[in-house]
Structures are given as structure tokens and as C-alpha cells.
Design a protein around this ligand. Structure first.
Ligand code: ADP
Ligand code: SF4
Length: 690
């Protein structure tokens, strides 16, 4: 059982007319499922409720076709036809005694309205935030009245769908009430613009009208940005952000406080620690008597207790920690602290929403798979036989596979070539800013220690003969991958021909501690985090570093993980030179040749070393050797050999963990689905002219 110091986290807290059973509050978060996959969304929320969260919210819920953010798939309450889909989420949440919350939102001039083709509208005429050639119109008085009416109607629908907590959303710069609040978006001269009193008017009206519509039985919180992080020209904690809370102090039933835009609110661990928002939000409880929830990648129960005891927050808000471990509250409640699967702050979850796909998570391979594959984060099916299983390689894929097979009850041997468990989850966390990613290894190694049926063999590089000698009935090859040094990735699809091998290095060399001398070119045709991280590491060692990339941005894919701006800013600030839209086409005799990706014009650039951050090669020797000896399997009792993770195809850590988990969960089981390996939600056909 837990120690009494955590009891405070399990106190009930009243929110207007409803009561939360404890202080764990899953704040709204995107999930890429929304209205396109409502059962998937509902099941995922239901699992959070089962895991002990007292309040479980949906993502933002569009209230009207005048603000459509497709192709993002969020919840919708455009009309009554949307009620059943959302009711499913409320029902799933209620099943475990949690309060169901919904975040009603209207995106104002941020909505491109790509599907509805309505003209976006906002307090002023503004271009949309994407590069879409779309501009909003100025809302007139009738538009404002309409918006208030739509919001009220959506609140009533949310109540009919079964929700207990119905938000007014004014955060992240995303939504109309916040656009009215912020001086830089609101250039009106009527009673909705100018003074703060006027700019607050719409938010005040929405709160009052929502409470009037549903406040008898439902709580009405406000999610608000208290500091836009742009100084006094925006809302700020020692300026208008504070003033707004003071003006509305006890009007909403709860304040859900955020800081900056989404990329700040979901700050990647490379750029912010747990509780990073405290300095901006701690004033809120001093100016309201209503409960306050805030987030900050809280995964440590001690930090949570401290936030409550010091009067910073009343509720521990969480999006990512609840994604990485939907059972976090339950584990704290039972005192199972070592079982908490802590979020690593990599934002792969956010990338799913930004690429319009169902949510996934590096730490929690079941996230987003609760309904369509029937995966539960804490339960696995029992073993199907007494087969013994050998897993070769203890990187993320091998570790996850061995742990999951062990939990199923199989006898497992885990053989790792090096002296340490973890593979890339040991090596990469030693790079600048990635220390928190070490939790990938820590969680799984902790689980391994509890499993008496999993034997671990370190310093055991396995050959095919070694494998056959073990007598294992099944073999899983999780031998990982290594970075290429021949330039092959997206720009060069076959090896570069003019390349001075002696001065070409890879991220593996750098992680192994190989010394290089400058000036150095980091050639990034990978486009995820590694190029930027290696450039940062070498620059911090004092080398002259130029990052060359065929992409227009450094670490271009990290736009999806909400990191790109910070990565490029950091590199520029520490003096890394950046040459974008250029490809390395040759490197010889101390000179690199860089070609413009548009014109092909080639320019020389002196360099003593090139670090190739390009594609990777799977370590498939063991797998190939075993397959070549398949006629010997039967004699030693071997039935199947499978490769997983980077050994199958190099990818993200999230993909490796998913691969390891999937293989372990499905071992000796069919998915029951021929062809499509998961359930699908197929939209109902509309009417058709006869
Ligand atoms: P993944 O991301 O797929 O888990 P990693 O590269 O992180 O891949 O991990 C692969 C692990 O496999 C490394 O720890 C590596 O030392 C180990 N390994 C590679 N080849 C062998 C082998 N033949 N025998 C045992 N371990 C191996
Ligand atoms: Fe945390 Fe990464 Fe999982 Fe998101 S994907 S919840 S940031 S571990």
C-alpha cells in the first residue's frame, strides 16, 4: 500500500455541482482519433478512467462548421447527429467512476475550414496560421450572437451526451475567446475590443451562458492561457493574464491554466523539466477561490504532492503522463511507484495528431490500440504453450518483447551482446538533452527484475550456432541497426561515389566516443532529432560545425513533435552554421561539395570530417544465418524465428517498442482478423438519390 504522504492526492475535490474522487485530472488532449474514430477515442478514455483518473476529458470538440480544423480529427458536436459518438466516450469514462469532461472549442481565424469551405471568422481579419491562402472575416455583432448561441447549443448537447464537466476553452491562441482576449489578435473598436474589460466580454458571456444552460448539474471550467510568453504585448502572468483571472475570479467552476501555445504547453523534455510552468501559474490560486488544474509532464508523485502542499495547484493535470501510463493514479494509490511508466517527453504522441493519424506513444505501445486491437496497458493474454523463447538483443524492441513475453508466462532468455541492457536506449540518452529518454530502459529493466521466468545474459553476442545450441523453441531477433556511412538516405538512393572514408563518421562513432576534429559537417538527410543533437554535441565540444541538410529546416520532421523551432534556435544560438536546401554530393581531400537542391549549383566547403546522419542498416546477419540453416531447426526443437524492431526495419524507438510488444502479445495467437489486423470504424453511408 502507499505511504500516507500521498494521501493528499486521493482527497475528493468539488468542482461546482460535481465532485472529483481524487486530484488526478486528465486534461483535454488530442489523439488523432476524434470524430473519425469515436470508438477508439472512447475506449482510450475509458482506460484512463479505469486507471484511476478522477476526471477524464476529450480533446477539443468543434462546436460548429464555421470552425473546422480538418484534416485534424477532433471531437465534434456540430449537431445532434454527433451526440451518439461522444456519448460513447462519456459512457466509457463513467464505467469506472470518473467524471467525463468535454472541451468545447471554436477555432476562429485559426480554422482553415478546408472541409466545410465556410469563411473563417475572428475578432479581426487575419490570415490563418498555416500557409493556406485563407483569411478570416471580421465577426460582426450577429456573428458574436451566433457564436454564443452555438456554444450554448453545444453545451446542451454535451450534457445530453452524458458529460459532467463542460469546458469553455480560451487557450493556446487556438480559439475564438482567446483571440478576443489577446491584444495582438483583437483590433476591434466596439465593446468587444480595446480595453481588457471589453476583450474579456465574450469569454465572460460564454461562461455565464454555459453555466446558465448546463451549470445546474455540470461543472463549467475555463481553460485559459495565463502567459503567452511574448511579454506585455500579450497575456502575461504579471500583466493582463493575471488581470483576466482577477476579473473573472470565481465565475467558472475551475481554472485549467496553460502557458504559451501547444508547443510550450507540451514542452519536449529536451527543452523543459517536469513542472516547467510553475513560475507562470502559481499566482492563480491567490486570486480565485475556485480549484485550479495545471499540467507540466508530472510523473513523480513527490512533485505532485509538493504542487498541492505548496498551494500551486489543486489538481494534477496530465495529458502525456496519462498517455504513457493510463494507470498512473492507480499505481500511486497502491504504492506501486516503480511500475509507473514515466513519459519521456518525446512528443511522438503529438506527432500523431500533427500527421492526422491515431495516437501512439513511445513508452506505452497499447496507446491508441485499446479498441481496434483490444490491447490493455496492464493486461496481457496468458501463454499458449510451454515453449521457451530466446530474445536476442536488449534494445527497446528486445526489452519490450522479453518483458511482455515474461508477463504472459513464457520461459524467456534474453541475450545481449554488450555489458548493458538498453541498446539505443542506453546510448542516445547520453547525448545532449536526451537524458530523460533513459526512462525507456529504466522502466523495462525494472520490470525484468520482477520476472523470475526471464533469464538475462549480458556480454553474450550470439551467433546462429549459439542460438541453435540454446534449444529454444522460438527465437526473436532484435539485433537493432547501425547508421550508414555511404550517404544513402533520401537525396542519395545509392552510395555516394566521391567520399573520403577515413574522415566520414556516423552517429554511432560519435556515441562510441570517437574523436573528430573540425571544421565538421553534420550532413542530415534523416530529418528527425539525431542530426540536430549531434551538431549540438560537437559544437559544445568547441568544434566549428556546419549542419547541411537537403530539407528547408533543421530536423524538419520535428515540426510534428513540436520541437523544430527550439532545435533550430538552439543551434543558431550556440553558433552552428546552417545550410538548408543543400545536399552533400562529394567529400575528398578536406573539401566537401554542396549542391543546391533546386538549381544543382555546387559550392565547395572546407571540412576535416563529415558526420553522416542518413539512413540506417538493419543488423540482419544473425537472422539471415538462422534462416539459411532452417533445415537444422527441427532437430534442436526450434519452431520459429522472427525479427523485430530496427533489425526488421530501422525506425523510431516508439516503432521498435510497438514491434516488440506486438510480437510478444501475438506470439502463438492469431489476431482473429484475416487481412486487416485491427477493427475499423467505417462511416455510415449518406442517403443516395434513387
Ligand atoms: P531496437 O531499437 O530494435 O531495440 P537497438 O539497436 O537499440 O535496436 O538494440 C539492439 C541490441 O541488440 C543492442 O543492444 C545490441 O548490442 C544487441 N545485439 C546486436 N546483435 C546481437 C547479437 N548477435 N547477440 C546479442 N545481442 C546483439
Ligand atoms: Fe510521453 Fe513520448 Fe508517450 Fe508522448 S509519446 S506520452 S511524450 S512518452
Amino acid at each position: 500500500m502507499r505511504s500516507s504522504q500521498y494521501d493528499i492526492l486521493f482527497e475528493p475535490v468539488r468542482i461546482g455541482p460535481v465532485t472529483a474522487k481524487n486530484r488526478f485530472f486528465q486534461v483535454p488532449h488530442c489523439n488523432g482519433m476524434g470524430h473519425r474514430a469515436p470508438s477508439g477515442m472512447a475506449a482510450m478514455r475509458g482506460i484512463k478512467a479505469e486507471g484511476g483518473w478522477a476526471v477524464v476529458c476529450t480533446e477539443v470538440c468543434e462546436i460548429h462548421p464555421s470552425a473546422d480544423v480538418s484534416p485534424h480529427s477532433h471531437a465534434r458536436l456540430w449537431d445532434d447527429a454527433d451526440i451518439p459518438a461522444l456519448a460513447r466516450a462519456a459512457e466509457a469514462i463513467h464505467r469506472y467512476g470518473a467524471l467525463a469532461g468535454v472541451e468545447l472549442g471554436h477555432h476562429g481565424f485559426r480554422a482553415q475550414n478546408r472541409t466545410t469551405r465556410e469563411v473563417p471568422m475572428g475578432p479581426s481579419s487575419q490570415t490563418v496560421v498555416s500557409y493556406d491562402p485563407v483569411q478570416s472575416r471580421v465577426m460582426d455583432k450577429q456573428d458574436i450572437r451566433d457564436l454564443r448561441r452555438w456554444h450554448r447549443a453545444a453545451a446542451l448537447r454535451a450534457k445530453r451526451a452524458g458529460f459532467d464537466v463542460i469546458y469553455v476553452y480560451a487557450a493556446h491562441g487556438l480559439v475564438t475567446p482567446m483571440q478576443f482576449l489577446s491584444r495582438r489578435y483583437n483590433q476591434r473598436t466596439d465593446e468587444y475590443g480595446g480595453s481588457l474589460e471589453n476583450r474579456v466580454r465574450l469569454l465572460r458571456e460564454l461562461i455565464e451562458e454555459t453555466k446558465d444552460a448546463v451549470g445546474d448539474t455540470c461543472a463549467v471550467p475555463v481553460r485559459i492561457c495565463v502567459d503567452e510568453l511574448i511579454g506585455p504585448s500579450g497575456l502575461c502572468a504579471d500583466g493582463e493574464g493575471r488581470d483576466v483571472i482577477e476579473m473573472l475570479a470565481d465565475l467558472p467552476d475551475l481554472w485549467d491554466v496553460t502557458v504559451g501555445d501547444w508547443s510550450n504547453d507540451s514542452r519536449p523534455s529536451r527543452f523543459g523539466d517536469e513542472g516547467v510552468h510553475e513560475e507562470y501559474v502559481r499566482f492563480v490560486k491567490q486570486v480565485t477561490g475556485k480549484p485550479v488544474v495545471g499540467n507540466g509532464r508530472f510523473t513523480s508523485p513527490d512533485t505532485m504532492v509538493s504542487q498541492i502542499r505548496r498551494g500551486v495547484l489543486d489538481f494534477i493535470g496530465a495529458a502525456r503522463p496519462s498517455i504513457a501510463d493510463p494507470f498512473l493514479p492507480r499505481k500511486v494509490e497502491l504504492g506501486q511507484m516503480e511500475d509507473i511508466r514515466e513519459c519521456i517527453g518525446c512528443n511522438i504522441c503529438a506527432a500523431a495528431d500533427n500527421t492526422y493519424t491515431p495516437i501512439r506513444c513511445t513508452q506505452n505501445p497499447t496507446m491508441g490500440e485499446e479498441w481496434r486491437r483490444g490491447w490493455h496497458p496492464e493486461k496481457v493474454p496468458p501463454q499458449e504453450s510451454e515453449d521457451s523463447i530466446l530474445v536476442v538483443g536488449a534494445g527497446p524492441a528486445g526489452l519490450e518483447c522479453a518483458v511482455t513475453l515474461g508477463k504472459r508466462g513464457y520461459q524467456v532468455m534474453l541475450a545481449e551482446a554488450t555489458e548493458e541492457l538498453g541498446g539505443r536506449a542506453v546510448r542516445e540518452p547520453r547525448l545532449p538533452g536526451l537524458a530523460v529518454w533513459g526512462r525507456v530502459r529504466e522502466y523495462r529493466v525494472e520490470q525484468l527484475h520482477r520476472l523470475a521466468n526471464v533469464e538475462v545474459f549480458l556480454a553474450s553476442p550470439m551467433t546462429a550456432q549459439d542460438v541453435l545450441d540454446t534449444g529454444a523453441n522460438r527465437v526473436v531477433v532484435a539485433t537493432g541497426s547501425r547508421w550508414r556511412r555511404d550517404g544513402v538516405a533520401r537525396y542519395h538512393r545509392s552510395p555516394m561515389t566521391v567520399l573520403d572514408d577515413r574522415s566520414v563518421f556516423t552517429p554511432d562513432d560519435i556515441m562510441d566516443g570517437t574523436a573528430v576534429s573540425g571544421p565538421v559537417i553534420v550532413y542530415d538527410d534523416d530529418h528527425y532529432y539525431m542530426g540536430g543533437v549531434i551538431a549540438e554535441k560537437l559544437r559544445l565540444q568547441g568544434l566549428e560545425v556546419t549542419l547541411v541538410t537537403p530539407a528547408p529546416l533543421v530536423s524538419a520532421w520535428t515540426v510534428n513533435t513540436l520541437e523544430q523551432t527550439r532545435i533550430q534556435r538552439r543551434l543558431l544560438q550556440i553558433g552552428v552554421r546552417i545550410r538548408a536546401n543543400e545536399a552533400l554530393v562529394a567529400f575528398q581531400d578536406g573539401e566537401a561539395r554542396l549542391a543546391c537542391t533546386f538549381t544543382g549549383t555546387v559550392q565547395p566547403q572546407p571540412a576535416k570530417a563529415v558526420i553522416m546522419v542518413t539512413a540506417r542498416l538493419q543488423n540482419d546477419t544473425l537472422y539471415d544465418d538462422l534462416m539459411a540453416r532452417s533445415d537444422e531447426w527441427e532437430a534442436v526443437g526450434l519452431k520459429a524465428v522472427t525479427r523485430i524492431g530496427d533489425a526488421e526495419a530501422p525506425g523510431t524507438i516508439a516503432a521498435a517498442i510497438f514491434s516488440g510488444h506486438r510480437h510478444a502479445r501475438e506470439c502463438e495467437r492469431t489476431t482473429g482478423q484475416e487481412g486487416v489486423p485491427f477493427l475499423r470504424e467505417i462511416p455510415a453511408l449518406g442517403s443516395w438519390p434513387s
